[in-house]
Design a protein around this ligand. Structure first.
Ligand code: HEC
Ligand SMILES: [Cu+2]
Length: 318
């Protein structure tokens, strides 16, 4: 038989929801397009020049008609609004237990790193049935991460983190595309997502060797860039300790005012690259900027390390 699929595989938990909404909207559009075309055709034929029909006394008011063309579109658009809002929230709110994978786009490839430390280029391996959250940024221009089989797509921007999540529901290999024109070899910025059985996936991770985790690599960088010299209880510089800071509100000196900012990925990234922008209340702005000295993948590792410190918030002195 012919193999001419109109839709890519439905390989994530949300794929069928996206398709159902799409088909509903397509159906509404087709119905009204056909209805309008049919009406035009009938009227053109019926009232064509030279045809003898009653053209006298056109009705000037028809309340039932006006009510119909207001109420039906109103109901239809409200259904579309509520339905797509529901799909939107499902697509953009990652469950809290999602495993976080880092993604860096650059001309012209994708670099990905798993929390366990294993990294990949233009390939992503994930276990079936587990929610995955991608934390994405770009090293140069705007890219866009697109996996049609999962029905997900998100711009990847330099200087900012965007996220995307999915739960693969079907074992297989799927296309990964960059879908934002990003220069000469944009068309080659493609890859694959391989969805595996959990046991197989664990084997795949283990096959990467028992290397350091992403957070452990971050700790090594933290020492290498002399962050530790100031941030682990220096005698010379008064710098805040970073244990437990991740995810918490931090007091920022803003002129004479103090405002609170949540220590999320964005905040930590900016603290490293633009330390003068948000200075922690009670501290001197002595931290040097690391702009241009730490690559995007390394920044993600350092953030993973600082985040891991939040987990073991025991106040242990290192
Ligand atoms: C010369 C000492 C020094 C070095 C080196 C240094 N920092 Fe800092 N850092 C500070 C000081 C002082 C502050 C508080 C004032 C401010 O916000 O700028 C700070 C603030 C921060 C904050 C915000 C902390 C909070 O409680 O909100 C983060 C995150 C941070 N540094 C990470 C790093 C990382 C990562 C490195 C290494 C790449 C590093 N720092 C290197 C002195 C330093
Ligand atoms: Cu690209």
């Amino acid at each position: 038989m012919w193999n001419f699929p109109l839709f890519p595989d439905q390989a994530s938990t949300n794929a069928a929801r996206v398709d159902a909404l799409f088909l509903f909207e397509l159906g509404v559009i087709l119905f009204f397009t056909l209805a309008v075309c049919l009406a035009i055709f009938v009227l053109v034929v019926r009232f064509r020049r030279g045809r003898i029909v009653d053209r006298s006394g056109p009705p000037l008011e028809a309340r039932w008609l006006e009510v119909t063309w207001i109420v039906i579109p109103l109901i239809l658009s409200m259904i579309m609004f509520a339905w797509s809002a529901d799909v939107y929230f499902r697509l953009y709110q990652a469950p809290p237990d999602a495993a976080e994978i880092s993604v860096v786009g650059k001309q012209w490839m994708w670099y990905l790193q798993h929390p366990e430390g294993r990294s990949e280029i233009n390939q992503l391996h994930v276990p079936v049935g587990r929610p995955i959250k991608l934390k994405m940024t770009s090293q140069d221009v705007i890219h866009s991460f697109y996996v049609p089989a999962f029905r997900i797509k998100q711009d990847v921007l330099p200087g900012r983190y965007t996220t995307l999540w999915f739960e693969p529901s079907k074992v297989g290999t799927y296309h990964l595309f960059c879908t934002e024109y990003c220069g000469t070899s944009h068309s080659e910025m493609i890859g694959t997502v391989t969805v595996m059985e959990p046991a197989e996936y664990d084997g795949w991770l283990a096959a990467g060797g028992a290397g350091p985790s992403q957070a452990d690599e971050g700790e090594r960088l933290f020492v290498q860039h002399h962050c530790a010299g100031c941030h682990r209880g220096s005698q010379v510089v008064n710098a805040p300790r970073l244990e437990g800071v991740y995810g918490k509100p931090v007091p920022i000196q803003d002129g004479k005012e103090v405002r609170f900012v949540t220590a999320d990925d964005r905040y930590i990234r900016d603290s490293i690259l633009m330390p003068r922008q948000e200075v922690v209340a009670g501290y001197q702005p002595v931290m040097p900027s690391f702009q241009g000295q730490i690559s995007e993948p390394d920044l993600l590792k350092i953030i993973a390390y600082i985040k891991s410190l939040a987990a073991k918030e025991t106040g242990t002195v290192r």
